[in-house]
Design a protein around this ligand. Structure first.
Ligand SMILES: Nc1ncnc2c1ncn2[C@@H]1O[C@H](COP(=O)(O)OP(=O)(O)OP(=O)(O)O)[C@@H](O)[C@H]1O
Length: 303
């Protein structure tokens, strides 16, 4: 079964607020799926429904083939979950806490736990109550991965981690993915998602704006090309060129926004003599902002 997560018109309302509206989402086995959106978009609400902590108002979701409401307990045994605001027992050491959880889950692989903790530079003998926010977050990450779950659901996992630990953590996720684990990762830190995700969904006001493979999203996105030409007068020609969205600048120095292949742009610019061309690869951030802008423009038109 390749569909690890599937939602059908999944919705959640809180009174008059619709936090998640009619969500249709599929996450495939062995992939890292980035779930993106600004604060309040509905990421946490979606995730809490998927891990069986919140009942959908309407629609349904299956995780590893289990209905998240009806087969909640079976589902939860096969899933690792890091909540957005992770809290654990302050009076226990990390080891005591993880052994306690292991006991509830039917055993713990101590070598695995020690290995994960070592890579994240987490001292398991410290009391959780005395730990910094970042170290508590590491305890949360280790508990989510400790039982080697088939699906790992992580809500804003890197909050509080320093850059080196973040990098190690993303590497751990990649290794799990390569071993067949599925990872669902929510974030508003686009660079981290970009570094690991195979596919991303962008959520806004509780609804999906786009779901796409990261590579395809990037290929479709606009790139900026800075051109230095030998001759003036290229602007009108470039603006007529397929894929070119806008041209800024005057004279011989132009900044061109282009979507898709660059071939047409370079053919059109060639007669003006290309002295220099620098292309800027779009990050997920630009793509993300692009989608929001498009959406807003659309709303303006609709109004
Ligand atoms: N228990 C609740 N009661 C009422 N409204 C809620 C509740 N929980 C969330 N909401 C509302 O639902 C919407 C979605 O919130 P949610 O926490 O899912 O967003 P999010 O994308 O996870 O944001 P963040 O990145 O800030 O955590 C928001 O408008 C929020 O105010």
């Amino acid at each position: 079964m390749s569909e690890v997560v599937r939602t059908d018109a999944l919705s959640k309302r809180y009174g008059r607020t619709t936090a998640v509206r009619s969500l249709d989402l599929v996450v495939h086995r062995g992939s890292i799926f980035g779930y993106l959106g600004p604060n309040g978009a509905g990421k946490t609400t979606t995730i809490r429904m998927l891990v069986g902590l919140l009942r959908p108002t309407s629609g349904s979701a299956t995780v590893l083939g289990h209905d998240v409401v009806r087969d909640r307990d079976e589902m939860q045994r096969r899933v690792g979950y890091l909540p957005g605001a992770f809290v654990a027992y302050p009076d226990l050491t990390a080891w005591e806490y993880l052994r306690f959880l292991g006991h509830l889950r039917g055993g713990i692989d101590e070598t695995r736990v020690a290995g994960l903790a070592g890579r994240l530079s987490l001292d398991l003998d410290r009391h959780i109550g005395t730990m910094s926010h970042g170290n508590k977050q590491k305890v949360g990450i280790v508990q989510a991965l400790a039982h080697d779950p088939e699906l790992v659901v992580l809500d804003e996992p890197t909050s509080g981690l320093d850059p080196l630990v973040q990098r190690e953590f993303l590497e751990i996720l990649r290794e799990h993915r390569d071993a067949g684990t599925t990872v669902l990762l929510s974030s508003h830190v686009l660079s981290e998602v970009e570094a690991v995700a195979d596919e991303v969904a962008i959520l806004r006001d509780g609804a999906l704006v786009v779901v796409e493979a990261v590579d395809r999203l990037k290929a479709r996105a606009q790139r900026r090309v800075d051109l230095v030409l030998e001759h003036d007068g290229a602007v009108a020609t470039l603006l007529r060129t397929p894929g070119v969205h806008r041209v800024d600048g005057t004279g011989r120095r132009l900044q061109v926004s282009v979507e898709g292949s660059m071939a047409a742009l370079f053919s059109a610019a060639a007669p003006y003599g290309i002295e220099r061309a620098v292309t800027h690869e779009p990050g997920l951030e630009e793509i993300f902002l692009g989608y929001y802008e498009q959406h807003h423009e659309h709303e303006e038109v609709v109004r």
